[in-house]
Every structure is written in structure tokens, then in C-alpha cells.
Design a protein around this ligand. Structure first.
Ligand code: ADP
Length: 390
């Protein structure tokens, strides 16, 4: 609740004219007023509403104000609602004792002095606001603590995956070296070197990604932006992901605008973004799937989409796929040595370009679509167009 939100207050009186008078007295107090004409009606309202203060007329038929207060004190939900009894005079005063027993907070006598009512009420409104703010801060802290715990768990899992992923190529390199050192290794030397080469490539890519992530997080990556043509970036990205796409027998379609699109961007980094999305589409789509890369201009932005008809992402995981070290549990066997940092890096690089990235998926097995939006540089007015007019 914001300090400026209206505070809910309950007025209970069997006489409608009194309710209206009380309401008028609280006008301008930034309150939301709930009115009840009987104790039963008040209890019903209290079931559905949290209130900062209840102003109870003492003399009411059926359930009187004191009885209502007792009922409120008896229920967990309403036990702590502050109560101000509106009393009619001396006979009521005799019953004050009962009121205190019921946990009453205060009394105000009829005829009501407006200033007294307002100053009493304000104390409770302030208390209510403070309580709400503390509750909101507590919720924020709890959410922050949960996010930290999740980040910590992700990091632990990442370290385990990293260790596992490093062990394989390191073991392969060691056994390659061992084999090369053996007599009669010459026959197989070429094959062994090729395997070692693949392992080294895998290792160095992993290390590069890790370094990239930490460099970007520390703000040490600066883009080398220049006017570049979208088609050339797409060509580089496709080149960088061709192997994965072809190895899995996927069909890739590319749909770009007919006119050349010029971006103010870092060619290598943008190609890295698209290649990463294409590689993911290839990894997380069962063999023989369809991957579509498309681009369209929407106002002053370029929308780039990479869609696949693969494993999809469950809705609850979608907001988190761009978090560091985040991997969907059931996808891990498709990750091909991925460490859950690719999309975190992609998001950082897109944001460095002043863009955004999001994902949509109808759920498991339904494929998914990643959309990158990038700002387009202001295009010079073409012939026949007049600047400043649309
Ligand atoms: P990884 O190295 O695990 O591929 P990423 O950061 O690139 O890490 O992706 C994070 C997670 O998001 C992946 O582990 C996977 O679970 C999910 N994911 C990414 N792209 C796709 C996709 N095209 N289809 C389904 N899931 C995906």
C-alpha cells in the first residue's frame, strides 16, 4: 500500500442518517468508507475487507455495538481491528466497562465533535498505513531473500555442471596426449589430433562465454557499433549455427524485409545473439524440426524472431530463462554441454544495444519463439518525403 492509498474504514449504525453524518465528517480524510446498518451486516463486510478502524454505534437493535465488538474480538481476522464506540450518553457510560472488556480502543460521545472524531481517527489511519508499509517491506524482503536463495542454488548447480563439462574434454585431451606419446601412434595421429581439436574448441568456447558474461556484468564490454546491414548479420549468425542445425536435420527458413535494413549495431555481438538463439533452437528441437528466423520493422524498431517447433518452455520457467545458470530441468540432456549462461549473455548484449528480448511458448512440446527488438536509427527522409511530416 502506498502512503497515498485511501484507508478503509467501517461505519456501523442502524440509522441511515447517522451513517451519512459520520461519512460527511470523514470527508476529505482519504478514506474508503464501508457502511453497515446492523451488526450482522458489519460482520459480513469484515469477512471480505480489512479495515483500519471500525466506528460502532453502541445502541443498535439485535446485535448492539458492544456485542459486535465481542464478536470481532473473537475472530482471528477481526481481533486487531481498532474500535471507536459512538455512545449516546450517560446510560451508555455505565456500560463502558463491558466495552473495555471487549478490547475497545476508544469512545466518542454524541453529539460528535467533528475535530475530536477526526483526530482520534487519524491516529488509527496512520497506524494502519505504517502497518501496511511494514508488511509490504516484509514481503519485498522475503521476495529478495527467495531470489538470492534461488541465485545461490543456480550457482551451486552451475559449478557442478561446469565441473562435469570441463572433466570430459580435459579427460579426452589427456588420453589424446597419452595416445600420441605411444609408439606406433603415427597411424592414428591425425584422427587423435582432430578429436583433440574439437575438444579444445569446445573448451575455449565455454571459457570465452564465461569471460564474456563476467565482462558484460562488470560493464567492461563496449560495443563497436557501426551502420550494418541486417542481412550480413543474419548471414554470419546462420554460418555460426549451421553445423548444429544441419547435424539435427532441421529445416531453417529465413524471412527478411525486402528492403535493406540498416542497424547501428556491433556486427559480431549481434551475430552472436542470433547464432545463440539459432543454436538453442537446434538443440532444444527434436531431429527434423523447423526453425524460422524472421525480421520485420515496427515503427522505429526492428523485431527479430527465432521460432522453433521443439521442446518449448513451461510457462513458469519462461520469465527465468534469461537468468544466469538457469536451465529447464527436463532439457538438460539436450544442452550439449551448455552451462545455462547463453541466454543471460544474449539478454545483456541485446540490452547493450538498447533493445529487449522476450520468449513465448505455449508450453512443453509446443515450441517457442524468442523475440528481440532493436531500436532502428532514424532513417534519412527519402525522396518525396518531407522531414517532420508523417
Ligand atoms: P544452455 O547452455 O543450457 O542452452 P541458455 O542460457 O542458452 O543455456 O538457455 C537456458 C535454458 O533455456 C536452456 O537450458 C533451456 O532449458 C531453455 N531454452 C533455451 N532456448 C530454448 C528453446 N529454443 N527451446 C526450449 N528451451 C530453450
Amino acid at each position: 500500500m502506498n502512503a497515498t492509498d485511501p484507508v478503509p474504514v467501517l461505519l456501523v449504525d442502524d440509522l441511515p442518517a447517522n451513517l451519512l453524518a459520520l461519512e460527511a465528517l470523514l470527508e476529505g480524510e482519504n478514506v474508503t468508507i464501508l457502511k453497515a446498518g446492523s451488526g450482522a451486516e458489519a460482520l459480513e463486510l469484515l469477512l471480505a475487507n480489512d479495515v483500519a478502524l471500525a466506528l460502532l454505534d453502541v445502541q443498535m437493535p439485535e446485535i448492539d455495538g458492544f456485542e459486535l465488538a465481542e464478536l470481532m474480538r473473537g475472530a482471528e481476522r477481526t481481533r486487531h481491528v481498532p474500535i471507536v464506540f459512538v455512545t449516546a450518553g450517560a446510560s451508555d457510560a455505565l456500560r463502558r466497562f463491558r466495552g473495555y472488556e471487549a478490547g475497545a480502543v476508544d469512545f466518542i460521545a454524541k453529539p460528535i465533535e467533528p475535530d475530536i472524531l477526526r483526530s482520534k481517527a487519524r491516529v488509527f489511519f496512520d497506524l494502519y498505513r505504517q502497518r501496511r508499509q511494514i508488511a509490504a517491506q516484509r514481503d519485498e524482503l522475503a521476495a529478495a531473500a527467495a531470489a538470492l536463495r534461488q541465485a545461490d542454488a543456480n550457482k551451486d548447480r552451475f559449478l557442478a555442471v561446469l565441473a562435469h563439462e570441463l572433466r570430459n574434454p580435459v579427460a579426452a585431451l589427456m588420453s589424446g596426449l597419452d595416445l600420441l606419446g605411444r609408439p606406433r601412434a603415427a597411424d592414428q595421429a591425425e584422427e587423435i589430433r582432430a578429436r583433440m581439436d574439437r575438444m579444445l574448441f569446445h573448451l575455449s568456447r565455454m571459457v570465452e562465454d564465461l569471460l564474456d558474461v563476467s565482462r558484460v556484468s562488470e560493464g567492461k564490454v563496449s560495443l563497436r557499433t557501426a551502420p550494418i546491414e541486417l542481412a550480413t548479420v543474419v548471414a554470419s549468425a546462420v554460418e555460426g549455427s549451421r553445423h548444429g542445425i544441419e547435424a539435427a536435420g532441421h529445416r531453417l527458413t529465413i524471412d527478411l524485409p525486402d528492403v535493406p535494413i540498416v542497424l547501428d549495431a556491433d556486427h559480431t555481438r549481434l551475430a552472436q545473439v542470433l547464432a545463440n538463439l539459432l543454436n538453442n533452437a537446434a538443440k532444444y528441437t527434436p531431429e527434423g524440426g523447423n526453425i524460422a528466423l524472421s525480421a520485420r520493422v515496427a515503427g522505429n524498431t526492428l523485431e527479430l524472431r527465432v521460432a522453433d517447433d521443439g521442446l518449448g518452455i513451461p510457462p513458469e520457467k519462461q520469465p527465468h530463462v534469461f537468468d544466469m545458470f538457469m536451465q529447464v530441468e527436463d532439457h538438460r540432456r539436450n544442452a550439449q554441454g551448455g552451462l545455462g549462461i547463453g541466454l543471460a549473455l544474449v539478454r545483456q548484449l541485446v540490452e547493450l544495444h538498447g533493445g529487449t528480448i522476450g520468449v513465448e511458448s505455449a508450453g512443453i512440446g509446443q515450441g517457442c519463439t524468442f523475440t528481440v527488438t532493436l531500436p532502428l536509427p532514424l532513417q534519412p527522409a527519402g525522396p518525396g518525403e518531407q522531414p517532420g511530416r508523417s
